[in-house]
Design a protein around this ligand. Structure first.
Ligand code: F7E
Length: 333
């Protein structure tokens, strides 16, 4: 039997690397698309252990020709569209770039699939940031969306574009509305990885302070491994749909910080933590919490990692010195 084929945009990121691993385990032939950057040597660090089993191709989602060429040649069964500028605070500083990559990148990819591989099933990476400061907590697929950043407005646009192509072009396009999901491969400029790495450095005597922003906001944090499994399950379902992926548990940044320091046996985190306006957002999403009842009921998906499991995995991974650590420096976070 022919192997099933999948194309992943954004394959070099946290989710792309876990998804590529999962699809390889399931016997897929995996084609990953990566944009050519000025430091190609650090670009594929998260994929180094599987590069020989992947087909990696240069291709930017803003470059319609490269998408069309790959899709025409590969004729994939599934296309996972994960490429984005995914940092919320950066989106305030680079709103045009963020909007282009997310909105134009999505419509390019939808057009390319419609022309070159119309029967392929498409996964679109939507985000819980679309809910923003919604009054509907916990949020579900029907909740009001009040996006609070250029990142979130772009994701909302891309989510609707995906829905419109599903209906108007009768394409199989599913939106995964993923809440925050972390891992040892998370970039160090996201708060969970920044805290774990900072605490490990403090414990080892390499650093004396950890500079953060708003500790009062709360998020619904899961493990990226569980969330990429949800992406795959969405494309195995008989019909395209929108599914929210979350744990249902909300934790403040402060509580996350205290748990990490406690787990490492560092008595008083606030001896080391400094708050800088640099990391305070101009428009903050105060709380996010999702209700994953629909995906549990229809697809049977459930998270396997608790928050403490996630923290343990991040501590273990980051204390070994992760791939992400080589790619970013904490100072840039
Ligand atoms: O911030 C607060 C910050 O940058 C979480 C992306 O994957 O999830 C992610 O977006 C919270 C915010 O993630 C620092 O103000 C405090 O309230 O880890 P984050 P995010 O913005 O929630 C969604 C679902 C996505 O789709 C995004 O792509 O932590 N916070 N101090 C800080 N955040 C950062 N980054 N750095 C700090 O020093």
């Amino acid at each position: 039997m022919n192997k099933r084929k999948a194309v992943i945009t954004g394959v070099a990121g946290q989710d792309g690397s876990y998804l590529a691993e999962l699809l390889l385990e399931k016997g897929y032939e995996v084609y990953g698309m990566i944009p050519r950057r000025s430091s190609p040597e650090t670009q594929t660090l998260r994929l180094d252990h599987i590069t020989s089993r992947l087909h990696l191709e240069y291709g930017d989602v803003l470059d319609m020709g490269s998408l069309l060429r790959t899709l025409k040649e590969v004729q994939p069964d599934e296309v996972y569209h994960l490429a984005a500028q995914s940092h919320v605070q950066v989106s305030f500083m680079e709103p045009v770039h963020t909007t282009s990559v997310i909105v134009l990148g999505t419509v390019n990819r939808l057009e390319a699939v419609a022309h070159a591989a119309p029967r392929a099933r498409v996964y679109n990476a939507a985000s819980s940031e679309m809910f923003g400061n919604t009054p509907d907590l916990p949020s579900d697929e029907e909740s009001r969306m009040v996006p609070c950043s250029p990142y979130a407005t772009a994701k909302l646009n891309a989510y609707h574009l995906s829905r419109v192509y599903r209906v108007s072009r009768r394409m199989f396009v599913s939106n995964g509305i993923l809440f925050n999901h972390e891992s040892p491969r998370r970039g160090l400029n996201f708060v969970t990885a920044k805290i774990v790495k900072g605490a490990l450095d403090i414990k080892a005597g390499r650093k004396e302070e950890l500079v953060l922003g708003n500790l009062k906001s709360s998020r619904d944090w899961g493990h990226a491994r569980d969330y990429v499994r949800a992406m795959w399950m969405m494309l195995q379902h008989e019909a395209p749909d929108d599914f929210l992926v979350a744990t249902g548990v909300e934790t403040t940044v402060q509580e996350f910080l205290e748990r990490v320091f406690r787990r490492l046996g560092i008595p008083d985190p606030y001896r080391y933590v400094k708050i800088s306006p640099r990391y305070i957002r101009p428009y903050e999403v105060n709380r996010l919490r999702g209700n994953p009842a629909k995906i549990q009921r229809i697809l049977g998906w459930k998270p396997t990692f608790t928050l403490d499991d996630l923290i343990n995995d991040m501590i273990e991974g980051l204390s070994r010195g992760t791939l992400a650590e080589q790619a970013y420096s904490l100072e840039k976070a």
